[in-house]
Structures are given as C-alpha cells and as structure tokens.
Design a protein around this ligand. Structure first.
Ligand SMILES: [Zn+2]
Length: 305
C-alpha cells in the first residue's frame, strides 16, 4: 500500500514540477537518522541524479556573503543523533563524493551512554516526549533504570575514533547534549543543552560548531533565541519547506526522509510534496501546531517508515 501511494504520487508529475519550479532556485535540506549503507547507497544514486548536493556550510556562506551562485536544485544531506551505524556510511559518501552533516549529542558520542528514547517502551515513547523533562527522566529511571550518564555495555552512538575518521567526509554539528525535547525543559536546562553542546563539541572535535538541529524537531521562540545567544549561526527544524537567502536562520526547514525508503518515496519526499501534504492535512483538520503537535506529527511520519 505504501509503495503504491508513493508510486502514484510520483506519477502525478508533482515531484517533477516542484523540483523545477520550487527547488530550482532554493536549497532543500534532507533529514536522515540511521540509514543502512545499502539503502543510503540507493538513495544517493537517485538524489545525485536529480539534485546537486552541497555542504551545509556552502549554503550558509552563500547567505552570509551573497557571493558565488549556488548550483540549481541544491540539496543538503543531514543525519540526526550520531548513531553508530552512521560510521558504515563512510564508503557510500566517499564513492558518491557527497558531503553530509551529522548532528550529534555531545553528551552521548564517544561514550556507552544510551539515547533515552531507545530505552523507553514503544507504547510510552510518544507520551514521554510530551511531558516535563524532569518528570520524563524520573519515569525512565524508575521504569528502566535509565539515566543520561549511565554507561551501558552496548554502544549506540559513534565513538570518538569513528567520529575522527568520518570527519574526512562529514561535518559534525550540534544536536544538544542529551537530546531532550527542549520546550519541555526549564530555561536553565534548555540553555545548558544548547550552549553546552556547542562548547563541548568544539573542544573534542577541534572545529567550530555553527549549526544546531532541534531534537525531535521541537522548538519555540525561546529555543530560537537561545540558539542565537549561544552563538550558533543557524538552527534546523523538521518543519517541511525550502530555504532561500532570507528565511529565518534559526528555523531552517528540513524535509524528513525515511531511512529505508524505496525509490519513489525518496523522489516524492525529497521534492517536498509529502511534507506539503502533511502541512495541508494538519491545516484542513484545523490542528494547532505548538511544539507538541509538531513533534508528534514528525514522529508519526517517521513511524510509518
Ligand atoms: Zn534526534
């Protein structure tokens, strides 16, 4: 059924029209998480035929200086969280000579600490994203023994050695320290997560960290303000849409891609058609989109992958 839907959507010709009319002079940013190398290989084969992949920094330079034209249909590839599986993508990136940005959690990479949502029971995960940050940690500790700094036997995130080797192909940027849903945090906690990760990553990576991806795509005006105050040049959301020279730097939209998508789904989602449809659907059903709804919608989108 899913395959059929994306085949039909592709056959409407709308992805082609969006590419030629909307994406031609704009920058589209894709958001992945933990794709398998064979899937990522398939995706890049399709994407490099339809788009010109550029690094995030080139887009930011273009905005900043106004110089040098960007290629038509520019596409930026990003991956969130810094899963250890990302290390397996290095050969694919090298083969296609494609730049990528990985948003990592400074409190998790290089350790055997776990991502909180991977410890949460499937039935609880969405509810936990919406409750107060401290309450969520208390609940996880009571139910599963999870704490943010507990070292487990199995590693979930990239090690420092892997990060170093991947650094030849990718740029590492910030995804906070421990991946809280920022709007559920108090002011102090939210600022520590945003500012702290920049400082920690710059120290361990020895490079400047200028971009933040909001965990879970959840943010409010406060998070945008904190990102600015912490010295980031930009912050990325999972709101669908395209980027130009003048859209808000602290709310750069990305298009969510399912890690294991088939070719038609890749073409449809990269065109922005799917996220536009999702926005329409929410609008028509008169849903409000405070951070909670937005987070839930993104999760829902990822859950059907
Ligand atoms: Zn994330």
């Amino acid at each position: 059924m899913r395959r059929f839907v994306f085949l039909l959507l592709r056959l409407t010709g709308l992805p082609f029209l969006l590419r030629e009319l909307m994406q031609r002079r704009r920058v589209s940013i894709l958001c992945y998480h933990d794709p398998r190398p064979e899937d990522f290989e398939r995706h890049l084969r399709v994407l490099t035929k339809l788009y010109n992949v550029i690094p995030l920094c080139r887009y930011l330079d273009w905005r900043r200086t106004g110089e040098s034209e960007l290629p038509r249909k520019a596409l930026v590839i990003t991956l969130d969280d810094g899963h250890k599986g990302n290390f397996l993508l290095r050969e694919v990136l090298r083969r296609h000579d494609v730049p990528a940005t990985i948003f990592v959690c400074s409190g998790v990479i290089g350790t055997r600490r776990h991502f909180w949502w991977k410890e949460a029971p499937d039935t609880e995960r969405e509810r936990l994203k919406q409750i107060d940050h401290t309450e969520r940690l208390l609940k996880l500790a009571a139910d599963t023994g999870f704490t943010e700094t507990r070292e487990y036997t199995e590693r979930q995130a990239l090690s420092m050695e892997e990060t170093e080797e991947l650094g030849r192909f990718v740029s590492f940027q910030s995804h906070t320290r421990f991946h809280p849903v920022l709007p559920t945090c108090g002011d102090k906690q939210a600022m520590e997560e945003i500012r702290g990760s920049k400082i920690e990553l710059e120290r361990v990576l020895g490079t400047s960290v200028s971009a933040l991806a909001y965990p879970n795509g959840s943010y409010t005006e406060r998070e945008m303000q904190f990102a600015r105050e912490a010295g980031y040049e930009c912050a990325l959301t999972t709101d669908g849409g395209y980027n130009g020279r003048n859209n808000d730097r602290y709310r750069l939209p990305r298009l969510c891609m399912s890690d294991g998508a088939e070719e038609n789904e890749v073409v449809v989602k990269a065109s922005g058609l799917w996220s536009a449809w999702e926005r329409c659907r929410r609008h028509l059903s008169a849903e409000q989109t405070p951070f909670r709804d937005r987070a839930a919608n993104v999760a829902q989108d990822n859950a059907i992958s």
